[in-house]
Design a binder for this molecule. Structure first.
Ligand code: NDP
Length: 295
């Protein structure tokens, strides 16, 4: 910290793996941090690094105008903060939750006279305070709060404000994580296929990475088609062909003695889209099947 860098004062509730990582970056940058954790012992190492340790959530909240919360889940926020005066506070919730939980917390905070921003952390604790790792946090809710505190919020990781709907940080967070799970499922299936064969996983690894990178074009392609609702122009891998190909994937799994449980749901979805009207949907790409997911 240079002499010209402003020194911020803030409170952090929650010193789990993520909270501790956040705390360390604020302390290392020379900011004045008050911490509270349900299990008090976790605050001791941070006290040695300069944190002020509050004996209760009420004391921690009273210490600063900016209160960052990083607890296990939404229920733990209620456990820590219900009944505590939040009048005039700026509450930034970095606890992972659903969009509805984010919106309900925003209403809860506003009823208590606080401004509120919800956050979704796209980083592991080791990526906090390490800009080169590329982690960042989605924020949504009060734009005024975000603008006021942006500089201090950007100390642990980059900040991306995604709108005043307090549910949208969680929605962005979960959309990205959900895509990641699908990718993990596909990678798991691929490795299962070669288990027991004379193909080393480490030899398949670079091929898989390269292929997944090449297929990443689907992200932007699907976005364009969902916007235009044109699922057929310029299609070079049509749904009828793809559905035939899914049979090959399922039979290969059978031959290799591998369960199809990770890939069957997506195969079923594509088949359902095609079966609804092969003449209409057979010429689409796979984007149109997304519409079947919406209940
Ligand atoms: P930890 O399990 O390490 O810590 C959980 C924290 O919540 C602890 O401070 C714990 O207190 C506290 N807590 C749990 N229940 C209660 C309760 N009823 N009342 C008060 N405090 C409670 O989790 P992380 O620090 O890793 O995660 C914190 C948040 O960050 C989560 O929402 C997580 O999804 C999110 N996150 C975590 C990432 C990660 O890789 N770790 C990545 C992205 C987001 P105590 O010490 O007393 O048990």
């Amino acid at each position: 910290m240079t002499d010209n860098t402003p020194r911020y004062s803030l409170t952090l509730l929650g010193l789990g793996d993520m909270g501790t990582a956040l705390a360390r970056t604020w302390l290392a940058a020379g900011h004045r941090l008050t911490v509270w954790n349900r299990t008090a012992a976790k605050a001791a190492p941070l006290a040695a690094e300069g944190a002020l340790v509050a004996a209760s959530p009420a004391e921690a909240v009273a210490a600063n105008g900016l209160v960052v919360v990083c607890l296990l889940d939404d229920a733990s926020i209620g456990s820590a903060l219900d009944g505590i005066d939040l009048t005039g506070k700026d509450v930034v919730n970095l606890t992972t939750g659903t969009p509805a939980e984010g919106r309900a917390r925003a209403a809860w905070a506003e009823e208590r006279g606080a401004r509120f921003v919800d956050g979704g952390i796209m980083a592991t604790p080791t990526m906090i305070g390490a800009p080169e790792a590329g982690g960042y946090v989605f924020y949504s809710g009060s734009r005024a709060l975000f603008d006021t505190h942006r500089a201090v919020l950007e100390v642990p990781a980059g900040a991306r404000f995604v709108g005043e709907d307090a549910g949208h940080a969680a929605l962005h967070d979960v959309a990205l994580l959900s895509a990641m799970w699908g990718m993990f499922a596909g990678i798991s299936h691929a490795y299962a296929l070669i288990e027991g064969e004379d193909i080393a996983p480490k030899d398949l690894a670079p091929l898989l990475s390269e292929w997944l990178g090449a297929m990443g074009f689907f992200v932007g392609n699907a976005a364009e088609r969902l916007t235009s609702r044109d699922f057929t122009s310029g299609v070079v891998s049509n749904l009828a062909m793809q559905v035939t190909g899914t049979g090959t994937m399922l039979r290969t799994a059978e031959e290799q003695g591998v369960s199809t449980e990770l890939i069957s749901p997506y195969v079923d979805l594509l088949r359902r889209r095609l079966a609804a009207d092969p003449d209409v949907y057979g010429g689409e790409d796979t984007t149109g099947a997304i519409l079947l997911l919406k209940r």
